[in-house]
Each structure stands twice: as structure tokens, then as C-alpha cells.
Design a protein around this ligand. Structure first.
Ligand code: ADP
Ligand code: MG
Length: 189
């Protein structure tokens, strides 16, 4: 029993009117879980507070409800786990473990700079899962900046090559939902 969602968020609780850059039909389609069945990738990109984690948790829950095994992790925890396993000579075991869930959700890629070796470890994970099992990744950085995120342009290209091959990319625009009450009250412009 994996998952480990950091909070409870549902699609019913997502206000699509507040987020016009998202196509509700596309989210409804993703909620069927078909993309998980096909081992496709989903990238949710956009600035802080626009609902990336909310949608990642909600779509992860939908996948669980449809019988898929799901593991939710932050990018920081994932990279730390891979790095530690590598240092301990247990990388193979770790990669095997991370390859099992049908959907691996990686939240907040790009918030923290990665260790140089992490890009190569992450590439190995993506290769393992490629065309077999899905990944949902949220990031505040557009894919054009992932070379900087991974600190290695060659590794970033190889990672994106696989991730984008069978993928859905949703780029969310707009202002942070967290700050909208403050904007309304005139505290922020
Ligand atoms: P991000 O991961 O993009 O930084 P979050 O998903 O954490 O943003 O959203 C920040 C907060 O605002 C969360 O509590 C989330 O549930 C809420 N939120 C964001 N967008 C919406 C929305 N369109 N409708 C309802 N709640 C939203
Ligand atoms: Mg988030």
C-alpha cells in the first residue's frame, strides 16, 4: 500500500473557473486513468500556487481508485533516496523498488538545485520506467530550463526525450491561488 499523498485534494475541490489556463475536459480525461494504463507521462508545469500539487494528488487518487499502484514523493526525497542508495551500493535494489508502482508522482522538481550525480541517477530511473509505467512530474520550471535544473544539459535532454515521447504536458499560467484573498483585499497588486 503505497501512495503517501501529502494532503487531501480532489478534482471536485478544484475550481476550474479560477484557473482558465486548464482545460477541464483534459483533466476529466486524465481522471479516467487511461494514460496510466498506457504507461504515459504527465507533466504539470507552472509557477507556485497555481494548483500543480492539488491536481497531482487528485489525479493520483483517481488512479488509486482505478486499481493502479501509486507512489507519491517529493523530488527532494526521491533524489536523496537515490543518492543514498547509490552511496550504499543498493542502487539496483532502489531502482527496482521505484519501478514497481504503476504511477510514480514526483512533486516539486526544480525548486532545489540537484546534486550533479542526481541527474544520472534520475535518468536511470526514467529509463527503467520508460514505456512500462507512468510518471507524473510537477515543476515550477519549463522544460527548456531542465538543463539548469539537472545541472547537466546532456542528461536533461536524455531524460526529456523519454518523458516527452508518450506524454501529456499541461502548462498552468496565472497567479498563485494561495495569494488570491490577499490580492482581493488590495494587499498585493
Ligand atoms: P502548486 O503546487 O502549483 O504550488 P498547490 O496545488 O499547492 O500549488 O495550490 C496551492 C493551494 O491552493 C492548495 O491548497 C490548493 O488546494 C489550492 N488551489 C490552487 N488552485 C486551486 C483551484 N483552481 N481551485 C481550488 N484550490 C486551488
Ligand atoms: Mg506544489
Amino acid at each position: 500500500k503505497l501512495a503517501r499523498f501529502p494532503c487531501v485534494r480532489t478534482l471536485e475541490g478544484f475550481d476550474f473557473e479560477a484557473q482558465p489556463s486548464i482545460d477541464p475536459g483534459q483533466i476529466r480525461d486524465l481522471a479516467t486513468g487511461r494514460w496510466v494504463g498506457h504507461g504515459q507521462a504527465l507533466l504539470l508545469l507552472g509557477p507556485p500556487g497555481v494548483g500543480k500539487t492539488h491536481l497531482a494528488v487528485a489525479l493520483g487518487r483517481e488512479a488509486v481508485d482505478r486499481g493502479y499502484t501509486v507512489l507519491f514523493t517529493s523530488a527532494a526525497a526521491l533524489m536523496a533516496g537515490l543518492t543514498k542508495a547509490h552511496a550504499d551500493g543498493r542502487l539496483e535494489e532502489k531502482l527496482l523498488q521505484l519501478s514497481k508502482p504503476k504511477l510514480l508522482i514526483i512533486d516539486e522538481l526544480g525548486y532545489l538545485p540537484l546534486e550533479p550525480a542526481a541527474a544520472h541517477l534520475f535518468f536511470q530511473l526514467v529509463s527503467r520506467r520508460y514505456e512500462r509505467a507512468s510518471m507524473l512530474i510537477t515543476s515550477n520550471r519549463p522544460v527548456g530550463e531542465w538543463g539548469q535544473v539537472f545541472g547537466d544539459a546532456v542528461a536533461a535532454t536524455a531524460i526529456l526525450d523519454r518523458l516527452l515521447h508518450h506524454s501529456h504536458v499541461i502548462t498552468i499560467r496565472g497567479d498563485s491561488y494561495r495569494l488570491r484573498d490577499k490580492r482581493r483585499s488590495g494587499l498585493l497588486q
